[in-house]
Design a protein around this ligand. Structure first.
Ligand SMILES: [Zn+2]
Length: 220
């Protein structure tokens, strides 16, 4: 890569990262992960440029951190796979990063598994107390705590206190019918919000894509 190419990659990376961070500020977690994934192919060039010409050491890679922090709780294994693929094909990224990216990836995969267990259980069971959730999902207390706190921040989980126990259910928002748009052809589809946490097949162009969810008000 020439110096100019590296500089361009650095620019692209920071532009996508900025979009990811601004999505996080507006609580669009799916959008944040998507922008972080879009930045991945510029990570290597960005690091080379900043190391060589700006003397910068990378203690961590913010875009990869966003993916590891949020994708597991969106049950988004595709985005984890994209990050894993990058780390495998461009080994100097992990080598030149201060944090241990490979154990962070393992942790993210474990968190996705925990989130999936809880999701699957609550979807079938409806509202449930904490002890029962843990018993049925087999999660260790700290694994359950990670899922619970993250989903509360992401407003995917609803909590009701009924002394002496706390009861949890998947957020009603997830069952709301929304209108969503295909990023490829602009075609729209209607369905429960939870449906669009994963890639769906576009009824118009047949692409498998993450749809952009419009607000429920627009769907009614
Ligand atoms: Zn489409």
């Amino acid at each position: 890569m020439t110096k100019q190419e590296m500089e361009e990659h650095a620019g692209q990376y920071h532009s996508f990262l900025g979009k990811a961070q601004s999505s996080l500020r507006s609580q669009d977690f799916r959008g944040a992960v998507a922008f972080a994934v879009a930045s991945l192919r510029f990570v290597d060039g960005m690091m080379q440029f900043e190391r060589k010409y700006q003397g910068k050491e990378h203690a961590k890679i913010d875009a990869i951190e966003i993916i590891f922090r949020f994708a597991p709780y969106l049950l988004d294994s595709d985005s984890l796979d994209s990050a894993a693929e990058l780390l495998k094909s461009q080994r100097r990224i992990a080598k030149n990063t201060g944090t241990d990216l490979s154990s962070a990836l393992d942790e993210a995969r474990a968190n996705l598994w925990s989130a999936y267990r809880v999701w699957d259980f609550l979807e079938n069971r409806g509202e449930c107390d904490e002890a029962t959730i843990r018993r049925h999902t087999g999660l260790e207390p700290d694994a359950w705590d990670r899922v619970r706190t993250k989903w509360e921040v992401m407003r995917l989980l609803r909590r009701r206190e009924n002394h002496p126990a706390s009861y949890f259910s998947l957020s009603l928002q997830m069952a709301v019918t929304v209108l969503a748009k295909c990023p490829r052809c602009g075609g729209s589809a209607r369905g429960k919000r939870v449906t669009f946490l994963q890639k769906v097949k576009c009824p118009k162009c047949a692409a498998q894509e993450f749809f952009a969810v419009l607000s429920p008000e627009l769907a009614s």
